[in-house]
Design a binder for this molecule. Sequence first.
Ligand code: UDX
Length: 432
Amino acid sequence: MTITIVGHGYVGLVTACVFADFGNKVWVIGHTEEKIDRLKKGDPIIYEPGLKELLEKNLKSDRIHFTTDYQKPAAESEIIFITVGTPPKADGEADLSAVFEVSHKIAKNLRREFTVVSCKSTVPVDTNKKIEQILLKEKPDNVEIAVASCPEFLREGTGLHDTLNPDRIVIGSNSKKAIGLLLDLHEPLNGKRVITDLASAELIKYTSNSILATKISFANLISFFCEKTGADAETVLDAVGFDHRIGRIFMDPGVGYGGSCFPKDVKALLQTGKNLGINVNFLQAVEDINEQAKINIIQKIKKFSPGKKIALWGLSFKPNTDDIRFAPSIYIIENLVKNNFIIKAYDQIASKNIERIFGKQIELVQNPYEAVKNADALVIVTEWNEFKQADLMKVKKLMKHPVIFDGRNIYEPANMKKLGFKYFSTGRKTIL
Ligand code: UDX
């Protein structure tokens, strides 16, 4: 097949490379020439494990093509996917301007007898209908279109693995022909097929992300209880998770969920609910607890840090990505800087992105040991593997005070006691 992907972010580029690798001809449309030039040279721009190699391989095989021009891709493609961003507006509602802007451009350039336009961007219920209206109004008279919602469930950091091993493939459309073409395209992939209407497909993605965010907020709420009562959050959550109806996955307490999906999707569903007159207090609580999780660690640092010099490990919103969108690190740094803390931070790939926000307000260093030199306390924000078995004796020697605030529970309290650290973790007893 020949397909087009509009957008080359974490979803767009991963999807494009995977379908190109299956032997399809894939066009990727962007809107910044400079970025398209980099992509043509094999630079994925974003960091996603394995993506650079897959991009280079498919560029070499001439199966993936990058452009800013809609003409050829739209005229040639059987399926066009929209994978542009839908960031939150000030009120939390999803900003759909990019989705609609590209829909206009697609419409004007359609030439095939029949084209499927399928939205992979996470969009509120009814958006695909609006895309359809734009396409029908602006397309040439002699061509036919059908829209389909095909939500994407990949996680950053494991994007290729998730795309190649989906739990389910959701296709929402009123057109049998569109469903047939999308099923053909996804044929090499395993996973349950869910064929449904547009609105259900749109809602599936928000439901999925909101339930996952709820599990995390529930774990954080329970960790607050544990900190007040002396119970151990990890033990409580492990025991609860053994119940198959609940499961332990996505119940790791910490400094709150971040990233480009959970924060914005919970907010967007909240706003859609409000617009529909639905009581959304439950979702509001999920979001409030997430804010409280970020505040929780800041309060501990302010109260128990023996000085103002802080080493910070991990800046990305989760390991294996350079993405800092809605990363808890941003909130933590902002607050600490406001309270006159001096921060030396380390992250193996997200530092450049953080520098764009904070400039010289914090010092960014090249390795974790450099960060802890002379520090009054170490704060662990992201659970990168390299921190899990760091040389803690060396860390202790380099620090001014052996104090750790662990926002991700990566160490065993008993071991920290043995090593002589003051260790504040999440939902577990403090080691003094
Ligand atoms: C998420 C969904 O998992 C994915 O299906 C969807 O397509 C996009 O949104 P992503 O945001 O890439 O993926 O990462 P994810 O692994 O879900 O983590 C999101 C945030 O939750 C991270 O900040 C992570 O640290 C946090 N988290 C996750 C927890 O705090 N505790 C957990 O138990 C799990």
